[in-house]
Design a protein around this ligand. Sequence first.
Ligand SMILES: Cc1cc2nc3c(=O)[nH]c(=O)nc-3n(C[C@H](O)[C@H](O)[C@H](O)COP(=O)(O)OP(=O)(O)OC[C@H]3O[C@@H](n4cnc5c(N)ncnc54)[C@H](O)[C@@H]3O)c2cc1C
Length: 477
Amino acid sequence: MLKRIENIKVENYDFVIVGTGPAGISLAFQLKKNDNKKILIIEAGKFDLDDESQEYYKGTIINNCNLKAPDVSRIRAFGGTSMLWGGMCRELDEIDLKNWPINKSDLSPYTDEARKILRINRKFLKDKQINENTRLIDFQWSEPTIRFNEFYKDKILNDKNIDLLIETAITKIDGNLNVETAQLFDHKTKKYYSIKPKVIILACGAIENSRILLYSKKESKSHFLKNISVGKDYLIHPNYVVAKSLIDMSKIEKILDNGYMNLGMFFLSPTKNFIEEKKIGNVGLRIIVNDYPSKTKELLKDLLCIAPKYAKKIAALGDKKIDCANLKFFSSWEALPSDTNYITLDENEVDNLGIPRVKVFANLNDDTKKTMRLFLEEVGKFFIDKKIGRLAVRDFLYPNQNIWPKDGYGGAHQMGGTKMGFSNLDSVVDKNLRAHGINNLFILGSSVFPTGGHANPTFTICQLAVRLGNHLEKKFS
Ligand SMILES: Cc1cc2nc3c(=O)[nH]c(=O)nc-3n(C[C@H](O)[C@H](O)[C@H](O)COP(=O)(O)OP(=O)(O)OC[C@H]3O[C@@H](n4cnc5c(N)ncnc54)[C@H](O)[C@@H]3O)c2cc1C
């Protein structure tokens, strides 16, 4: 039901969830499975995207890789950034969770539920190892791409156990061993309210989760959160075209089992051993099959310069009408945590409520290039070995090329800042997403990821939401 803050008593709700993106809504639906629990959801934005709300998301991102500005890569409205997302999903690999306080087996019980929430109709195919160091991997898509604002709005408004405050922002929280007060701003009446939640879950997106905690810490008179370092280890996925190749397509088809080729593309990834042995991050190499004749001609011209004999052979294959395709290697891959990447408050820039905007440091380093280069070299060897073709790796991935080209993009996958770990010395929340030392404060979203793997984050966010729902249900029954 839609409510206004002046007409409710927040103490009557068992759980207060802040944010209505995939994280907040998935959690609400898990919690509401217990008919006895009352849930209040608080959303800062309106039901539709608007400039006035987006203004609160402005901030600075200091980066060397063409990342989108914080107010472009997130939506402050009901349904959150699901209004923009592409629906591409994959679970994290076991190796991605190496530095997490949980294993893949802690997330897999929630896979089917996450698939239902995100409307992923097919099960994920198992990885298939195709040589010593390379796996064929699967992604699935939300079909049709789910927009939480459209699909879940009426379900929430008509639910007897869930109440929703819209256009109401949480500005800060305070307390000691418990969150005692949370300050809300009602954008409609322009009034502040102080509430006392029983249990509060912040699900405001990775950057905003950190911002709310950083501001709360700064404003607290009782040194709330004083022993916790918020904002550290901000993570991104670089997104670049990293190589191209001209190949004999029939040979690729022999390697691909049914199902791994999806929407004209397939994915390769390094094995756990390769990642560990080379001390690199994980990679999801998206190989897009592109057999338009003009593009193939363009690529042949390039190849003539670097490998003339090979290019002539391939050109001859084309004449014989053999299935010759050109491949574009696009990749989103893992940038490992770095002390120099973090979220902080910008003391010189405030929003309309006087709250400091964010300053996000997100630079890619040479280790990130190394991850991609070593894996591409491995794929290149595999292509030669199987007589599939050759691939041309882009120059910027080689040492001494001190640049990240301008044609990359990214910043849509924001992770880290309130990471999960073992104690307040290494992290912000524990394995159950509870803030260290604070009984009734939980943080949900990709801000809790200690490392980001290569997979798009929303599937894991939804698994974590369902897992958190189960945990809260047991803990506060
Ligand atoms: C262009 C683009 C494409 C993407 N494609 C994919 C993809 O293919 N696959 C994938 O997995 N991911 C993708 N993503 C990322 C995906 O959108 C996010 O992972 C996902 O939306 C995160 O969910 P969330 O609920 O944690 O945060 P959000 O969706 O950002 O939701 C946060 C919510 O909190 C609310 N809020 C914020 N501050 C406050 C406050 N102070 N008080 C009250 N409420 C507040 C916001 O209004 C919003 O409703 C994409 C993102 C972009 C930008």
